[in-house]
Design a protein around this ligand. Structure first.
Ligand code: SF4
Length: 359
């Protein structure tokens, strides 16, 4: 039941008014060891906020973020004040005060959740400090958190992860500007994995790259997952990239999850009209593989004025009066397949069904 609200202050002539933007509203899901969960949705749907709230880079307003370990469960959302400061110290967390660049933010987060949680940002250009060598960038989470102190051991660990990420070891003394976007993203991945974390948030980590480079990075992440057993939350707006990478996929719309299912079920048997609309927008070569197109009218609503009832009702071609007034329940309609839609029992958008109907 994760919830994140941001206060928005509107200035009036003699006063100010605060309203709240519900960026994430009552979202529940789990990620298993060694699994990739894909998170898709249009810009402004709340995907990035979910990732950052899990890492405690943003404070959740309500709900629990639970990190299960062999010994005990850590309720990341419940740590406050002195307790949070102690936990951060124990985990080697240091957050900079005040506004800071993406490169500093990347450093903060990577130090903070060592050795268990980490993050790969979208932009491999702004998330690397231009004044540090590749070796120092990759070694930073080990050094800043105090996880390793011996220089030889640090070098050994850096060389190991750099070669796993298929970086040329001769290049470790160079600075980031000497590298292409794909190579820079490999450096970011090496930095995120150098502490051998259990869980990494990849926030649009391939979106800024050319298609051929995207495929290389996706394959690299899959190889690293197999070798190291790391779990990923893979945030992206491109469903076809998510399909290649994920075991399960969640679809978000204006701060809420609308569907969550194993990848094959979601891609072949979607049950929510919004998921169907997203899938029907992906071009395919084989006509049997395509969905009947749905054209969505209008824009994604402003989260500050989110629609009542089902948030998708203003654009859904199947909306009824009930949809405008009642929030649909989040229900499991098949093993591990969750949907929030009042009319889910009436829909069958599966590809087989559509091909049969067409025939
Ligand atoms: Fe469409 Fe209604 Fe289902 Fe929402 S609840 S997706 S508006 S049919």
């Amino acid at each position: 039941n994760l919830e994140v609200r941001f206060p928005i202050r509107k200035k009036k002539l003699f006063s100010s008014e605060v309203s709240y933007l519900r960026a994430v509203d009552d979202v529940s899901f789990d990620i298993r060891r060694g699994e990739t969960v894909g998170l898709v949705g249009e810009s402004g749907s709340g995907k990035t906020t979910v990732g950052r709230a899990i890492l405690r880079a943003i404070d959740p307003t309500a709900g629990d973020v639970i990190f299960h370990t062999r010994e005990h469960d850590i309720y990341l959302d419940e740590l406050e004040g002195e307790e949070l400061r102690r936990f951060r110290k124990k985990m080697g967390m240091v957050f900079s005060e005040g506004p800071h660049s993406i490169a500093n933010m990347a450093s903060d987060i990577l130090r903070s959740f060592r050795p268990r949680m980490s993050l790969v940002f979208q932009d491999p250009y702004s998330s690397l400090n231009p004044r540090m060598t590749v070796r120092d960038i990759i070694a930073e989470p080990l050094v800043a958190s105090g996880m390793m102190k011996n220089r030889d051991k640090i070098d050994q660990r850096v060389r190991d992860i750099a070669s796993r990420c298929k970086l040329n070891l001769e290049h470790l003394r160079r600075f980031p500007h000497a590298f292409s976007g794909g190579q820079r993203q490999r450096i970011c991945i090496a930095r995120a994995l150098v502490t051998r974390p259990d869980f990494v948030v990849c926030d649009e980590s391939v979106s800024a790259l050319d298609v051929s480079i995207q495929a290389e990075i996706v394959n690299l992440l899959k190889d690293l997952q197999e070798e190291m057993g790391v779990a990923f939350l893979f945030i992206a707006h491109d469903l076809s990239v998510v399909a290649q990478m994920s075991h399960r996929v969640a679809v978000m719309y204006v701060g809420k999850f609308v569907e969550y299912a194993p990848t094959e079920s979601l891609f072949y048997k979607p049950r929510h009209p919004y998921t169907h609309a997203l899938l029907s927008a992906i071009p395919t070569i084989d006509p049997d593989e395509s969905f009947d197109p749905i054209r969505l009218e209008g824009e994604i609503p402003n989260p500050l004025a989110a629609p009542s009832g089902c948030r998708f009702h203003t654009r859904c071609p199947y909306a009824t009066e009930q949809c405008a007034s009642e929030i649909p329940t989040w229900q499991e309609i098949a093993p591990e397949h969750f949907v929030a839609c009042h009319r889910v029992d009436e829909f069958d958008f599966s590809r087989d069904k559509q091909s049969a109907d067409t025939t």
